[in-house]
Design a protein around this ligand. Structure first.
Ligand code: PXL
Length: 279
């Protein structure tokens, strides 16, 4: 059985980060070990959340796993709790990277033009160091602009998106998959670029005009789960996009849940059906 380690926070309630990654990746038949970066009472869109930073646990946990000669088929990072822990996460990559495993980075730190509340302006440059070591990164447009210093635009053309992608590729990752891209009304999707072959890939789905918290985590988890099931990156991105849209569609019936998160659990049968057709 393939094994991922997911490095991100535990938001005890609120349908994001590890409470999303664990069930989705497990349902896809992949072991999901965890390295929690912090424990929060809720995600940071709630008022008054608590947060216990676990930076001091990363190195000792990594050391123990090395002593036990544990390996991972993929290292998947999401929300990192502070700039202080970036160096530990980079050291973790250096310790556990092999010739054939995958480093998959979701630089979860911002959306809709704004950094999440827990981060200061120095954070994006730190996150860029994590992206530099990745095989695949999956930023949204806000994160891409913060990582590269390029302006954030809500109205743009393909030229802007390709410039953002080129600036992200210059940070170092082999594959850049920019999410939340739209070139025509009613369609939303992803544009990816393979730095080694110079090839672009795009996939668009219906744009349901509501935003929900945690959908980036749903997307990233399904994508890495797809890759571990042997899908190529294009197939995994398309599967993850379709699953995320289905989660949103199923949640639109529940009023006022935007800030809480999507009912991703209800779409797991669809995810597994599609995976079964592809893998
Ligand atoms: O979904 C990304 C995420 C993960 N973890 C925490 C968050 C957020 C987004 O706000 O607050 C704690």
């Amino acid at each position: 059985m393939k094994r991922i380690v997911s490095i991100q926070d535990i938001s005890c309630l609120g349908k994001c980060s590890l409470t999303v990654a664990l069930p989705i990746i497990s349902a896809m038949g992949i072991e999901c070990a965890i390295l929690p970066t912090a424990v929060l009472s809720t995600h940071t869109m709630f008022q008054g959340f608590t947060c216990k930073d676990l930076t001091d646990q990363i190195a000792p946990i990594a050391r123990h796993w090395q002593q036990e000669q544990i390996g991972f088929d993929a290292i998947y990072t999401g929300y990192l709790a502070s700039a202080d822990q970036i160096a530990d996460v980079c050291r973790f990559f250096d310790a556990f990277r092999t010739d054939d495993n995958l480093i998959f980075v979701d630089p979860a730190m911002a959306d809709n033009g704004k950094l999440y509340p827990a981060f200061g302006p120095e954070f994006p440059a730190e996150m860029a160091k994590v992206c530099a070591r990745a095989d695949v990164i999956v930023p949204n447009i806000t994160e891409a602009s913060l990582l590269t210093g390029m302006p954030y635009r809500t109205e743009y053309d393909e030229g802007y998106i390709k410039e953002l992608i080129a600036a992200l590729a210059a940070l170092g990752p082999r594959h850049v998959a920019l999410t939340g891209v739209s070139f025509e009304p009613g369609k939303l999707g992803v544009m990816a670029y393979d730095q080694k072959t110079g090839q672009y890939f795009t996939y668009f789905n219906e744009h349901i005009p509501v935003t929900y918290h945690g959908t980036g985590d749903v997307f990233a988890s399904a994508c890495v789960g797809g890759l571990m099931n042997g899908l190529d990156l294009g197939q995994a991105l398309a599967l993850a996009a379709d699953y995320t849209v289905e989660c949103i569609r199923l949640t639109t019936h529940t009023p006022k849940s935007n800030w809480y998160g999507v009912e991703f659990e209800r779409a797991i049968p669809m995810l597994l059906r599609r995976l079964g057709q592809l893998a």
